[in-house]
Write a protein that binds this ligand. Sequence first.
Ligand code: GTR
Length: 407
Amino acid sequence: MKKIVACFFLLSVAVFSSSAQSEANYDESKVPVFVLPPLLANEDGKKVSSTQEWENDCRPEILALLADQEYGVMPAGDFSTKYEVVAVNPKSLGGKATCKQVKITFGKGYIEQPVILLMYLPNQVKGKAPLFMGYNFGGNQTVHPDPEIIPTSEAQRGAVRSRWPLEKIIAAGYGVVSIDCNQVFPDNRDGLRGSVLRLFGVNDETDLRMNTGQAMTAWAWGLSRALDYLQTDPEVDAKKVIAIGHSRLGKAALWAGAQDTRFAAVVANESGCGGAALSKRAFGETVAIITKGFPYWFCKNFNSYAGNEQSLPFDQHELLALIAPRPLYVASAEGDRWADPKGEYLSAKYASEAYELYGYKGITAEDMPPVNTPVMNRVGYHIRSGNHDITEYDWEQYLRFAKATLK
Ligand code: GTR
């Protein structure tokens, strides 16, 4: 029965998104004329010209606004946390990596929420390893066929192997932590009932205030809690943990990196609407489409901007700017018009003003670079040929970028 319901759900999402995708605007000449709120100005209009003014006033204002109006606030409250190393193989991936699986159990009263961190650390790195951490969509075992991975779902082992080129990442001297997002907040309309929000007394729809966070905020919170663990792991360089994510999980990585400055850098792969793309362009996926299709990703307040993007008191370049001065990489794909590559580029470009305050070069060119021609300053960007996916090509750029920026 559960399976039938899940199939029906997936089918209805697919039907919804394919009809929404064909109705969306992909015509550049129909992009509305829009005005972005100035990035370097406080809510009272006062201009920001130093990093101190940015950090003391402007940045906290933007963070609070995004939490209140878009992603939602994580409810507060006590809970317990337990770490258990549940498996270790020091000779994984042909001896090149140590595979470690760490179960974090969050608890509150009778509620227990286990989340397993699947970790691969490069054996060639003596001492603490830098690493990329991000969610997978459908189960830890989908990341690689490695039979030792503890499954977190029924999906096939290695099903999305191409999205996690572990051997390449390990050879470059980086580790990987992959987490099944469904263990933190199940990625479906009923997800709230199985999510970490239960630790804070949010059990169903009726417990949601207008600005209570849902999946995106829970996922961002989960990445921060995983980082809490990594800070205790002697094999990890917790000062070099890069938050990474593809698509919806790229949105989550951005929101995590924006809130938690312990993340050394952020990579958002084709994160689109509610991620890197400017909402006011209303190109491809819009606020109306995303809040209808995925009402459980954002807070309820965000619904009021559906079909009304021009009234948003912020835009996504402000989310990206919260990552400054830490390295940020935004990536698009040519065939992924749904995620609005140009909107992703412009957002990275406009966010660069915050990087410039710190004396860093961000994205400066007015026009997007040609396909497969990455730009790598303190802010990186590429548009790759091909469709919506995270590929080996994308990872190659992220590894180069990490090497160049995280010294
Ligand atoms: C789509 C959604 C996008 C994007 C994508 C994904 O259906 O409209 O915002 O997040 O899913 O996560 O692959």
